[in-house]
Design a protein around this ligand. Structure first.
Ligand SMILES: *Cc1c(COP(=O)(O)O)cnc(C)c1O
Length: 363
């Protein structure tokens, strides 16, 4: 099985059930006391002054570029190998994504950002993919040098640190998803935006609520992207266990690192200065990735490809006019990556079975 969210739930079941009852009995279900408390606790955890709850990770990205004024005619630099939602956050606002190839850690290659900057470039969207922070020293320096806005896609990096500092606290805005499978996952859709800028925080709050700050008065055409009290309340419970959850995933990653010895498999590298949180444990199989996936499937081990079709080759983005060969590293990763099962509550025996199966493959 790929994921066993039930294992993590049952560990803290009583706390979740008590909080759920509290919310049900409160008589207040959207943007209330739980949301306020969660925003405060999450801002403190990430290390920003502000946090605003929204309805999803895609909404967080969409609203981030909206309040930064990035739209039609603007270009946003983003890595080629990301989840398509990162790119949609840009294009929903009418801006154009400009793709940069990833480095050997699967993060945006910070040394190749500058060559993509034009006089229309307005922002960089850095994605801390798989839970591994990108090189924020280099990326912040490029953004400062060229006066670009910096947005962080932290949908996979809750609690991941670069030089001891949390992702989501480096950029103008940090965007989080709390989709159930994320390390800090809710029990439905949810998201948040972090920032140190009071005006950006204020405008996120305006846009998430029909463009209104004061009832009956609508300043702009906003959205309905509010965080509900049930998700906020349950997220507060999970946030109190997030460090333990992340530690457990790191232990699982260590065991994969030590256990997998099949020479056909490339294990993930961890760059210096980072504390990853292993949202995914991603191996690369230069020859025979699909065969390994099928073989594991036959052995009852479900793996996932993050991501099979890179955004620039997606049907949704034919208008960009890009084709195979335009981003060779991104495409090579799409053709060779494979995410192994990674979930809290995985037993040693379960993991050993996965490791043995991989080591026994074609040797
Ligand atoms: C999950 C994810 C998103 C989107 O979050 P949703 O809450 O599903 O909208 C965006 N970017 C990345 C990198 C993600 O993994």
């Amino acid at each position: 099985m790929q994921s066993r969210l039930d294992r993590e739930f049952s560990r803290y079941q009583e706390q979740y059930e008590a909080r759920a009852l509290e919310v049900l009995r409160s008589g207040w279900y959207v943007l209330g006391k739980q949301d306020e408390a969660f925003e405060r606790e999450f801002a403190d955890y990430i290390g920003t002054k502000y946090c605003a709850g929204v309805a999803s990770g895609l909404d967080a990205l969409t609203l981030a570029f909206r309040v930064l004024g990035v739209g039609a005619g603007d270009e946003v630099i983003v890595q080629g190998n990301t989840y398509i939602a990162s790119v949609m956050g840009i294009t929903i606002n009418g801006a154009t994504p400009v793709f940069v190839e990833p480095d050997e850690y699967y993060m945006i290659d910070a040394d190749r950002i500058e060559e993509k900057i034009t006089d229309r470039t307005r922002a960089v969207l850095v994605v801390h993919l798989y839970g591994c922070p990108a090189n924020m020293d280099k990326i912040c320096a490029v953004c400062n040098r060229h006066h670009l806005k910096l947005v962080e896609d932290c949908a996979q990096s809750h609690g991941a640190k670069f030089k001891g500092r949390n992702t989501g606290s480096f950029g103008d805005i940090g965007c989080f998803s709390f989709y159930p499978s994320k390390n800090l996952g809710a029990f439905g859709d949810a998201g948040a935006v972090t920032t140190n800028d009071p005006e950006l925080d204020r405008m996120i709050r305006v846009y998430r609520n029909y463009g209104s700050e004061k009832r009956y008065h609508n300043m702009v055409v906003g959205m309905n992207s509010r965080l509900d009290e049930m998700q906020a309340g349950l997220l507060r419970v999970k946030l109190s266990h997030l460090d333990a959850i992340n530690r457990e995933r790191s232990t699982l990653a260590d065991a994969y690192d030590r256990g997998i010895v099949n020479p056909r498999v490339i294990k993930p590298l961890v760059p210096p200065d980072v504390t990853p949180i292993y949202h995914q444990y991603v191996i690369r199989v230069p020859e025979g990735r699909d065969e390994l996936k099928d073989y594991l499937d036959r052995n009852g081990i479900t793996t996932i490809i993050h991501y099979l079709i890179p955004p620039h080759l997606s049907e949704a983005y034919v208008d960009l006019g890009m084709s195979r060969g335009d981003l060779p590293i991104t495409e090579r990763y799409a053709d060779t990556v494979l995410s192994l099962p990674m979930y809290c509550g995985m037993t040693d025996e379960e993991q050993q079975r996965i490791i043995n199966a991989i080591n026994e493959w074609d040797t």
